[in-house]
Design a binder for this molecule. Structure first.
Ligand SMILES: Nc1ncnc2c1ncn2[C@@H]1O[C@H](COP(=O)(O)OP(=O)(O)OP(=O)(O)O)[C@@H](O)[C@H]1O
Ligand SMILES: [Mg+2]
Length: 255
């Protein structure tokens, strides 16, 4: 097993998609790219990721067809460990060498004991941003915390953080997106090229399943591209390929 990489989709803003994208990424790397993945949910006390895993397990117990579908996958689900932030670093350290990738869902606030040390353990942080002023300003604040207290500090392994658009709406505000990216660039904050489209499909259970790979049709909401872009950042020498193409008119048979 190569060195474990620690990743967090995190932000200091609530409701921007941290948990959703942690699950999408964990599932894509686990099911589609055959990476050994674990998830730590230290967003105490809500533990929404652990809650989703428990719902998935209940569904599996109650629905024979779903249980058979899961069996047919021939792949165990990745572990989801729930804890408080103060205990997450120890748990993450125990996972060193056991997994290729560990995704950590953290609370959307800096006012939690242990969070700075935990962020120092991350190799990469990806920050979902919505196209509104509050989300953008929270991202700028978060990035400055990472820049000031984490990157380059003793014991920190954080190489880089990246912002990316979530709930992107193709039909409006294109100028707003471009202008915001330009402002972020002047602050030294890189933006991923991939954007996750706003979609009602996120209301469906399947979008937040921790036990099944995401269906192909949903990967086309920008998810394939995002995962692929992340893979090239996380594994610059040999990115595993969970996905290849991601256009509205293309079905990706490689998935
Ligand atoms: N691209 C999207 N399009 C539409 N809805 C989305 C999208 N991404 C996330 N959502 C929805 O936004 C809501 C918030 O997402 P999520 O719970 O992942 O955010 P969060 O940042 O983890 O929130 P919290 O701060 O409460 O932990 C959820 O209802 C989710 O389904
Ligand atoms: Mg969350």
């Amino acid at each position: 097993m190569s060195t474990t990489k620690y990743i967090s989709i995190s932000s200091q803003k609530g409701g921007v998609g941290k948990t959703t994208v942690n699950i999408l990424a964990a599932s894509a790397f686990h099911f589609l790219a055959n990476q050994k993945v674990a998830v730590i949910d230290c967003d105490y006390p809500q533990h929404s990721l652990e809650g989703l895993r428990n719902e998935d397990l209940t569904l599996l117990q109650e629905n024979e067809q779903r249980a058979a579908d899961f069996e047919a996958l021939g792949r165990q689900a990745y572990p989801v460990v729930a804890c408080e932030v103060k205990d997450a670093l120890d748990i993450a350290q125990q996972m060193q060498g056991q997994f290729d990738l560990v995704f950590i869902d953290t609370p959307g606030t800096i006012n939690v004991p242990g969070i700075i040390e935990l962020w120092k353990k991350m190799d990469y942080i990806f920050i979902p941003v919505e196209a509104d002023k509050v989300s953008i300003s929270a991202t700028l604040t978060y990035a400055s915390v990472l820049q000031q207290f984490i990157i380059g500090q003793p014991g920190s392994r954080l190489k880089q953080y990246y912002a990316f658009w979530n709930k992107h709406n193709k039909s409006e505000k294109q100028d707003f997106y471009a202008r915001t990216e330009a402002v972020f660039a002047t602050q030294g904050i890189p933006f991923l090229q991939s954007r996750l489209e706003q979609s009602v499909n996120y209301k469906k259970d399947t979008m937040r399943s921790t036990m099944f790979p995401l269906a192909k049709e949903y990967m086309r909401l920008g998810i394939s591209n995002l995962i692929e872009e992340m893979a090239h950042i996380i594994f610059p020498d040999s990115a595993p390929s969970p996905a290849t193409e991601d256009t509205a008119s293309t079905t990706n048979e490689a998935l």
